[in-house]
Design a protein around this ligand. Structure first.
Ligand code: FNR
Length: 380
């Protein structure tokens, strides 16, 4: 209603409301190499498109006259109450998309109450990011490095900084085949961007110091040597479980068998995600995988990959997600308009979800059950 009243007074929203317009606006601002890195995915990006299209295959059954005037969208996550069922998925190049981008996203988290999952790859340290998140709990996302001491150091720093949980991403121990980045020979980190968590780490500094004296690009080369852990396996999860008493959440699970293993190895939660189609191409949409992952364990299952709108959020919740991760939409909001842009994107998605629940007669998240969704029929 506020938007319509402002419109009557001749004022329009600062950012496009729909995802397509937002993406187009970001395309105007980002340099082409970085745009390729952010917007691109693996292979011919079929899986990335499928992630988005999968939502269109489901429709919510509208129910009338049920009294949905008051809605409650709050959720409990890892022992804390959050005002809404969305979170900001970890994105590693916020500081490249906009100056102080990590801190701008953290400030948007502080004012909206939407938790930020802060990436290992950032242009501000995890301590600075946590401070900027204010009273909203934050989660630290770890890419397990190929150096157990560095892993331990990052986890200890996240604990000391006051994060509410550790999110371990397990689908990116090696980068996927990304034609856009391969064509431009571009990875932000090898240009020295978004490495602040490493540069500020005593263990990483030791690794840099071990490079031959006078080695040009020692930081970037050291990073390239430890970023991925080729042997990553469940015993690494055991080690992380030992290393922290914080909730441990495993990101990048699509198979129900892996969800069970996550539970066996002490995880507190799972993020069903295919990394937005950036890692493997020719696979399943993340949404297709969600119901079986939810059914495999009693653990809370969060979801991301392909979420573009409030209706997508509602559908993922109905398929069993405890909370739903926003990826590229908030990155584009940041790119175009900084913290205010992130805030507008999050508030827009939440308002759409809330309004859909109102008009379709679902007053509570608990009412969003799988039976409320139906397969959309093809053309007759
Ligand atoms: C990501 N993602 C990601 N995930 C992660 O665990 N750590 C990270 O540092 C990053 N970095 C990153 C950078 C960029 C540019 C993108 C687009 C994505 C994956 C992210 O958390 C999430 O899984 C996807 O973004 C979800 O897909 P959509 O909604 O963006 O299509």
């Amino acid at each position: 209603m506020g938007i319509y009243l402002a419109g009557a007074a001749g004022r329009k929203p600062a950012l496009p409301i729909a995802f397509e317009g937002l993406e187009a606006a970001a395309h105007q601002v980002l340099d082409p190499e970085l745009l390729g890195y952010v917007a691109g995915g693996a292979g011919d990006e079929r899986t990335q498109r499928l992630n988005v299209e999968a939502f269109a295959q489901w429709g919510l059954m509208p129910r009338m006259l049920v009294g949905a005037a008051q809605r409650d969208l709050s959720v409990e996550l890892f022992g804390q109450r959050f005002p809404s069922p969305i979170f900001m998925s970890p994105v590693g190049v916020l500081g490249a998309c906009r100056e102080d981008g990590d801190l701008a996203v953290a400030r948007a988290s502080a004012v909206t109450g939407v938790p930020m999952f802060a990436s290992t790859l950032s242009a501000a340290t995890l301590e600075q990011v946590r401070l900027a998140q204010g009273a909203t709990p934050g989660f630290f996302q770890l890419y397990p490095p190929n150096d157990p001491e560095l892993s331990q150091s990052l986890v200890s720093r996240a604990e000391a900084a006051g994060y509410a949980g550790i999110v371990v991403t397990v689908d990116t121990w090696v980068n996927g085949w990304r034609p856009r980045d391969l064509s431009s020979g571009y990875i932000p980190m090898l240009r020295g961007l978004c490495l602040e968590n490493y540069r500020s780490d005593p263990r990483f500094q030791e690794l840099v110091a071990a490079q031959p004296a006078g080695q040009a690009g020692a930081v970037e080369l050291t990073w390239a040597g430890i970023f991925g852990r080729p042997t990553l396996n469940w015993s690494d999860i055991d080690a992380l479980r030992e290393a922290t008493s914080l909730p441990l959440i495993i990101k990048g699970i699509c198979a129900p068998e892996d969800a069970k293993k996550a539970q066996d190895h002490g995880a507190d939660g799972i993020i069903c995600s295919n990394h937005g189609g950036r890692q493997a191409n020719g696979g399943l949409s993340a949404l297709q995988c969600l119901p079986a992952v939810v059914g495999a364990t009693g653990l809370p299952v969060l979801f991301d990959s392909g979420v573009r709108s409030g209706t997508d959020v509602v559908k993922a919740l109905a398929l069993g997600a405890r909370a739903v991760g926003i990826g590229r939409p908030y990155v584009y909001g940041l790119t175009v308009a900084g913290a205010a842009g992130v805030e507008q994107v999050l508030r827009g998605i939440l308002a759409e979800a809330d309004l859909l629940m109102a008009v379709d007669g679902y007053a509570a998240i608990a009412d969003l059950v799988p039976e409320a969704l139906h397969r959309v029929a093809g053309p007759a």
